[in-house]
Design a protein around this ligand. Structure first.
Ligand SMILES: Cc1cc2nc3c(=O)[nH]c(=O)nc-3n(C[C@H](O)[C@H](O)[C@H](O)COP(=O)(O)OP(=O)(O)OC[C@H]3O[C@@H](n4cnc5c(N)ncnc54)[C@H](O)[C@@H]3O)c2cc1C
Length: 386
């Protein structure tokens, strides 16, 4: 029987553990934190915030895999009346519909964008500069970068198409991703996976193949491998609760600068106490900007979409997520150029900044499957089909 050690019990580590155990391996997971889930943890309450993911995109490979194993659980659909309250800030004012020029980029006839050109240059040729900038900023919801227009056109186009798809790809597990993590942990347990929490690994084991399913920063330290880097986003996260008021926006997408604010209780009332709404925003920061700059921009969007929010405030917290929002690809690079999964000597990387395709956590998922297939010496497709 194969033995495999997985370091990190987040979405990548749990995916790897389940996949390896299903293939018959004897798996041990080491997780530094006292609970599993990593960035996919959900706070206990009363305000059930997520550190990282909210949306589970049904166009991704993880959707079918989770569903087949009955791990998604109940979903919180957005009521149509709430969905109609999506607002877009454009030229300083809120509007209901995207600028016409931006929509040109979503037409069927638009071919695949080039890898080597930046998105703003490519998109300006189709939609003009104003439409191109609006589209780039809209994509911030799925790439968390302060200047999406400067990234590879092919990379941003994929995010634009998926973030703007109708009906929407984004689905919300009721109660947050914490429920998905709990179900994954229970399945892993039933498959005989040994899971050790409060178990930070400082030295790689040499007696089994190892899947390092940590953030890329932690993997770089653990493997003592300085070149293990790849660009990601830096973003202010603003979480707040306000007393309910009819007519609040469902979400505000900033088309004048990257930024997104969403009222998650619109689709899931379980996330905050009765009579209150949980709102979470992310405002990407340029290298020279501070958390306070992001907070100020978030407050401006709140003023527009949630009138009177300051007087209705019941809870608030802010943080900066640095390098925690997944890989971004600069012009001339694709996911294939990111740090390879196979590090040699039986060590494999899984996570959202390594060489695997997909959106956000899908990269963690895909790399986990690749890491297991390499560790077990099987053909990758055998596992993906399972
Ligand atoms: C603000 C924000 C919003 C996001 N929104 C979405 C979204 O809507 N949809 C989506 O799909 N994705 C989203 N993401 C991305 C998603 O959160 C991540 O891609 C995914 O959670 C990463 O999972 P992971 O297992 O690769 O890494 P992590 O979740 O970081 O897990 C790594 C684990 O390794 C552990 N660890 C680290 N070092 C060690 C060590 N030495 N020994 C043992 N354990 C160790 C850590 O404690 C952690 O639990 C978002 C991220 C952020 C920050």
């Amino acid at each position: 029987m194969h033995r495999i050690t997985v370091i990190g019990g987040g979405f990548a580590g749990l995916t790897a553990a389940i996949t390896a155990a299903e293939a018959g391996a004897k798996v041990t997971v080491h997780e530094a934190h006292h609970t599993l889930g990593g960035r996919a943890r959900t706070a206990d309450g009363p305000y059930r915030t997520n550190d990282g993911p909210h949306a589970l995109y049904n166009g991704g490979p993880h959707w079918a895999w989770l569903r087949r194993r009955d791990l998604i659980g109940p979903l919180a659909p957005i009521p149509p009346l709430e969905a109609a309250r999506l607002r877009l800030r454009h030229k300083g004012a809120l509007r209901r519909t995207p600028p016409f020029a931006m929509l040109k980029l979503l037409r069927r006839g638009v071919g695949p964008a080039p890898v080597d050109t930046d998105f703003l240059t490519w998109a300006t040729g189709i939609a003009g500069e104003e439409g191109a900038r609006a589209a780039a900023h809209y994509c911030a919801v799925a790439l968390f970068h302060h200047d999406p227009g400067s990234l590879s056109a092919a990379f941003v186009q994929e995010r634009l198409r998926r973030a703007a798809k109708l009906p929407p790809e984004a689905h919300y597990p009721r109660g947050g991703w914490g429920g998905v993590v709990d179900r994954m942990a229970a399945l892993a347990w039933n498959l005989g996976v040994r899971m050790e929490t409060l178990s930070r690994v400082d030295t790689l084991p040499t007696d089994t193949p190892v899947i390092v399913a940590t953030s890329l920063d932690a993997a770089r330290r653990l493997l003592d491998d300085p070149p293990l880097t790849w660009p990601s986003g830096r973003t202010t996260l603003v979480d707040l609760a306000v007393r309910t008021r009819r007519g609040d926006a469902f979400a505000v997408s900033d088309l004048d600068a990257p930024g997104w604010i969403e009222r998650f209780t619109a689709q899931d009332r379980t996330l905050a106490p009765a009579g209150e709404q949980l709102i979470q925003g992310q405002i990407p920061l340029a290298p020279h900007e501070s958390k306070a700059d992001g907070t100020a921009r978030a407050e401006h969007l709140l003023d527009l979409g949630f009138p009177g929010w300051r007087e209705r405030l019941t809870w608030r917290r802010e943080a900066v997520a640095n390098g925690r929002t997944g890989a971004v690809d600069l012009p001339g690079t694709t996911w294939r150029d990111r740090p390879a999964v196979d590090r040699g000597d039986g060590v494999y990387l899984a996570g959202d900044q390594v060489a695997s395709p997909g959106l956000l956590s899908e990269v963690s998922f895909n790399s986990a499957l690749t890491a297991v297939s390499l560790a077990l010496g099987r053909h990758e497709l055998d596992l993906k089909r399972a």
